[in-house]
Design a protein around this ligand. Structure first.
Ligand code: UDX
Length: 444
C-alpha cells in the first residue's frame, strides 16, 4: 500500500531514505532547512557522491512521487509517517553527540501534527533520547497520544546506501512497550516491499533499538582496531597480518569481514559513535563498561601516526621538503566523504610537518580542498606521484589498486610505496623494483 511519507533531513541518510521510500512505492516529501540543498534535490541533483542514488532520485522526482521542501507545515499536512534523518555530529570540545538538529525537528514538527501520525527516528542518538522525544511529541502535538514516536535505526553503509535501504539485512523498530500504538503495523507497511519473508524484523523497546545501532558500530570499530592492534604485533615480529586475518577469519564465529588492517576507520559514523557511546555511558554511571572503546579509538589513531612515521623513516628522518604523494582523501572508496578521514588526516599532518604533499582522490577533492585549502591537489594519480620520493596509498579506490607499478615507477623519484590499506598486489610492485611497505606485513 502506498503511504504518504515525509523525511526530515536531506543529508546523506535522509536523501537516500527519501529516494528509497519512493522506490518502495510511497509518496514522499523530503524536508530540510537549507534552501540551497532543497533546490538542488528538487532538480534531481544529489549533492554528494553515492553510486546509484542520482538515478533513483531523478527517477522519482520526475515521476512526481518524490519532492522536496523547506516547509515543515506542508510536510506535516501531507504525510502520515514522518522519518527523522538529521545529523547528530560530535559536539565541539566534547565526546557527546550534538542533539540540536533532532530536537529542533521535534519542536517544529510535533505542534504541526493535527491528525494521528507516526514519527520514526532514524538518526543515531544517545540511549534514552527516543523516550524523551516521544513524551515531548505527546506534549506538543494537538492530537496528544495519537502522535506516536518509534525508533528505527539505520544501518546503511556509504557506497552501498541504495542497496542497504532497498534490501536491509534486518529491520529494527523500537516502540514504547507501554503504549505500542500503531508503530509496528505502520513500519511493516512502510517496508513491505523491502523485506522478504526471511528478513529479520525485530520489534524492541526504545532503549534497545537505540543501543542496537551504537553497539553494532562499536563492534565494527572494535573489530577493525583488534586487527590493527594485531598488526602492531606483526610489525614487531615480522609476522603477516593479512595471512593471519585470513586464517582466523575461517572460523565462522570470527568471520573475515572487517578484519582489514590498515589506516583504520573514519567517516561520519564509527569514530563519533564510539565517542558518543562512551560519553553516554559516563552519564549513566557505567563508564567502566565502555572504557575499552577508548583503546579502540587510540589504536585507530595510532595507525595514522604509524604511517607518518614510515614516511619519515623512508625520507631518512627528513619530512621537511620531502616529496610525498598521497593517493586517496575519502575515508573509504566509493565515497566523497572526508569526515574524520584517515587518508586526509595523514596528508594534512605530513603537510603541516613540512613535507611537499600532493593529493589525488577520484571523488573527494572538492570536499578535501575546503578543509585543507593549503594542500596541493592534483588532477590525476599520475600527476600526484610525479617526482615523489614516497607514494602513500591511503584509500583503496579501484583506480589505485589497479595502478601499473612499472608505469608509476617511470614517474617517481623514489620507488617506495606505503600501502596504507593493504590493497595493492604486493608481489607485482616488488617485482617491478619497488620497496613495498604494507600494514602489519613484511616489507621488501
Ligand atoms: C558504518 C557502518 O558500517 C554502517 O552500518 C553504519 O550505518 C554507518 O557506519 P560507513 O561509515 O559507511 O558505515 O563505513 P564502513 O564501510 O563501515 O567503513 C568504516 C571505516 O572502517 C572506513 O574508514 C573503512 O576504511 C574502515 N575499515 C572497514 C577498515 O579499516 N577495515 C575494515 O576491514 C573495514
Amino acid at each position: 500500500m502506498s503511504l504518504r511519507i515525509s523525511v526530515f533531513g536531506t543529508g546523506y541518510l535522509g536523501a537516500t531514505h527519501a529516494a528509497g521510500m519512493a522506490e518502495l512505492g510511497h509518496e514522499v516529501v523530503g524536508v530540510d532547512i537549507d534552501p540551497a540543498k532543497i533546490e538542488r534535490l528538487s532538480r534531481g541533483e544529489v549533492p554528494f557522491y553515492e553510486p546509484g542514488l542520482p538515478e533513483l532520485l531523478r527517477k522519482h522526482v520526475e515521476s512526481g512521487r518524490l519532492r522536496f521542501t523547506t516547509d515543515a507545515a506542508e510536510a506535516a499536512e501531507f504525510a502520515d509517517v514522518h522519518f527523522i534523518g538529521v545529523g547528530t555530529p560530535q559536539k565541539k570540545g566534547s565526546y557527546a553527540a550534538d542533539m540540536t538538529f533532532v530536537d529542533s525537528v521535534i519542536e517544529t514538527l510535533a505542534p504541526l501534527i493535527t491528525r494521528p501520525a507516526v514519527i520514526l527516528g532514524k538518526s543515531t542518538v544517545p540511549v534514552g533520547t527516543a523516550a524523551r522525544l516521544a513524551a515531548r511529541v505527546r506534549e506538543l502535538s494537538p492530537v496528544g497520544d495519537d502522535a506516536q514516536l518509534g525508533w528505527n535505526p539505520e544501518f546503511l553503509r556509504e557506497g552501498f546506501a541504495v542497496e542497504d535501504t532497498l534490501r536491509p539485512d534486518r529491520l529494527v523498530i523500537g516502540v514504547d512497550k507501554d503504549r505500542p500504538g500503531r508503530i509496528e503495523e505502520v513500519a511493516r507497511e512502510v517496508y513491505a516491499d523491502a523485506i522478504s519473508r526471511d528478513t529479520p524484523f525485530l520489534v524492541t523497546d526504545l532503549a534497545t533499538a537505540e543501543l542496537v545501532k551504537v553497539s553494532a558500530n562499536a563492534f565494527l570499530a572494535t573489530k577493525i582496531s583488534f586487527i590493527n592492534a594485531i598488526a602492531e604485533v606483526c610489525e614487531a615480529t615480522g609476522a603477516d597480518v593479512v595471512e593471519l586475518a585470513d586464517a582466523i577469519g575461517h572460523d565462522a564465529r570470527i568471520g573475515r569481514k572487517f578484519l582489514g588492517a590498515g589506516l583504520g576507520f573514519g567517516g561520519g559514523c564509527l569514530p563519533k559513535d564510539i565517542r558518543a557511546f562512551m560519553a553516554r555511558a559516563g552519564e549513566l554511571g557505567v563508564d567502566q563498561a565502555l572504557t575499552f572503546l577508548r583503546e579502540v579509538d587510540d589504536v585507530n589513531m595510532r595507525r595514522r601516526e604509524h604511517v607518518i612515521g614510515l614516511v619519515e623513516g623512508e625520507l631518512n628522518g627528513r619530512l621537511q621538503g620531502g616529496k610525498v604523494a598521497v593517493l586517496g582523501a575519502a575515508f573509504k572508496p566509493e565515497s566523497d566523504d572526508i569526515r574524520d578521514s584517515p587518508a586526509l588526516d595523514v596528508a594534512g599532518r605530513l603537510h603541516l610537518k613540512g613535507a611537499d604533499v600532493r593529493v589525488f582522490d577520484p571523488e573527494a577533492m572538492a570536499n578535501a580542498a575546503k578543509v585543507w585549502p593549503t594542500l596541493t591537489f592534483t588532477e590525476s594519480a599520475a600527476e600526484a606521484v610525479k617526482d615523489a620520493e614516497v607514494v602513500v596509498v591511503a584509500t583503496e579506490w579501484k583506480e589505485f589498486r589497479s595502478l601499473d607499478p612499472h608505469a608509476v615507477a617511470d614517474l617517481v623519484a623514489g620507488k617506495v610505496v606505503i600501502d596504507g590499506r593493504n590493497c595493492l598486489p604486493a608481489e607485482r610492485w616488488i617485482d617491478a623494483g619497488w620497496r613495498y611497505l604494507g600494514m602489519g606485513r613484511h616489507s621488501s
